[in-house]
Design a binder for this molecule. Structure first.
Ligand SMILES: [Fe+2]
Length: 348
């Protein structure tokens, strides 16, 4: 084709694109190869939020606005590759929530499922559908979809936890509902240990019938998780990539604890140097104990306790642990990807 002919075809096409644009149509052939790609391409980038950097900003937020006024006093951890989109990965939201002594974050419920992972303080509570649990560092707490929940801090120290929600997933389906409670604090008749007694001992009340896909156990205390990992360290073979890793489960079904968010805790012993790993579920990590590095592509994220970092989909990464054992919590959209036959992983 001559240069003149090429120019004419190009001009005709542009004219055609403008015409069909008015009819809300667009040519697939111009975008096909950016949509259907040989491997995942994500704008999500690796990033680390250091506790020492975040803590003063949280304290400042505590001076600027009350928990009641804010409804939830949260600093969203926004992925630098997804600014303005209120998310830490393409599919998940994360934020750091602060509740000062004496404060209450009032009751509400919404379609979005939430997890709390406690980073700082002890003694604050979350009430879920009238049941209350007291939270401590390293505890994993679930507020299931469409369950009333409020938080309060009767302790004498500020409480900070990592919130993880499936906000972008619910938004994708346009299935979001929200409702405020009649009162700020729910009336709770339990002392916070009944949920663990009923569902935390690989047993269940004999008359129990599941009401949703979310685990009826909504409080997973750190001391039990830590003890399990310590026992595994002594007696189980160590995985080359993640050392010793447990997945939180629904104790009644054995499935994921939450239908949209997979949650994990892993112990990596002092001096551990993991092999490279990648998976299609972009993953958020929160450090409980120990220090080390997560090497993601050509970036090194140097982490310590209470730090949060994110590893994007299909980007190879490995861990290097310093002189003490490291214990690290993580969450991702793996249950959704597996339910849809999309999830892949690669070791090495
Ligand atoms: Fe909420």
């Amino acid at each position: 084709m001559t240069a003149e002919a090429t120019s004419r075809v190009s001009s005709e096409r542009e004219h055609y694109y403008k015409q069909i644009d008015r009819e809300s149509m667009t040519p697939l052939w111009e975008v096909l190869h950016s949509v259907v790609t040989p491997e995942p391409i994500t704008p999500c980038v690796p990033h680390l939020w250091k506790w020492d950097v975040c803590r003063p900003w949280l304290e400042k937020a505590g001076e600027l606005i009350t928990a009641k006024e804010a409804e939830r006093r949260v600093l969203v951890l926004e992925n630098p590759g997804l600014r303005g989109q209120i998310r830490i990965t393409h599919s998940l939201y994360a934020g750091l929530q602060l509740i000062l002594p004496g404060e209450v974050a009032p009751a509400h419920r919404h379609s979005q499922s939430a997890l709390r992972f406690i980073l700082n303080g002890s003694g604050a509570y979350t009430a879920v559908d009238g049941e209350k649990v007291t939270m401590n560092v390293g505890d994993f707490v679930i507020t299931p979809s469409w369950s009333f929940h409020d938080h309060g801090n009767p302790s004498s120290e500020p409480m900070v936890w990592l919130d993880g929600l499936d906000v972008p997933i619910v938004e994708l389906f346009d299935a979001q509902f929200m409702e405020r409670g009649a009162e700020d604090s729910q009336h709770t008749g339990t002392d916070g240990t009944i949920n663990l007694a009923e569902f935390g001992n690989t047993m269940k009340p004999v008359e129990y019938k599941p009401r949703s896909k979310t685990s009826p156990l909504f409080w997973y205390p750190y001391d039990r998780t830590r003890e399990a990992l310590e026992t595994m360290k002594r007696q189980s073979p160590m995985h080359d990539c993640w050392a010793f890793k447990l997945q939180y489960t629904n104790p009644v079904t054995g499935d994921w604890a939450m239908p949209t968010i997979g949650t994990f805790m892993q112990l990596m012993p002092a001096g551990f140097k993991g092999k490279a790993y990648r998976s299609t579920d972009s993953t958020v990590y929160a450090v409980v104990e120990g220090t080390g590095r997560c090497v993601v592509g050509d970036q090194t994220l140097t982490f310590g306790p209470k730090d949060v970092f994110v590893v994007p989909s299909w980007m190879p990464y490995h861990f290097e642990i310093d002189g003490d054992d490291a214990v690290v919590f993580s969450f991702s959209d793996r249950p959704v990807q597996q339910a849809l036959d999309l999830w892949r992983e690669k070791i090495g």
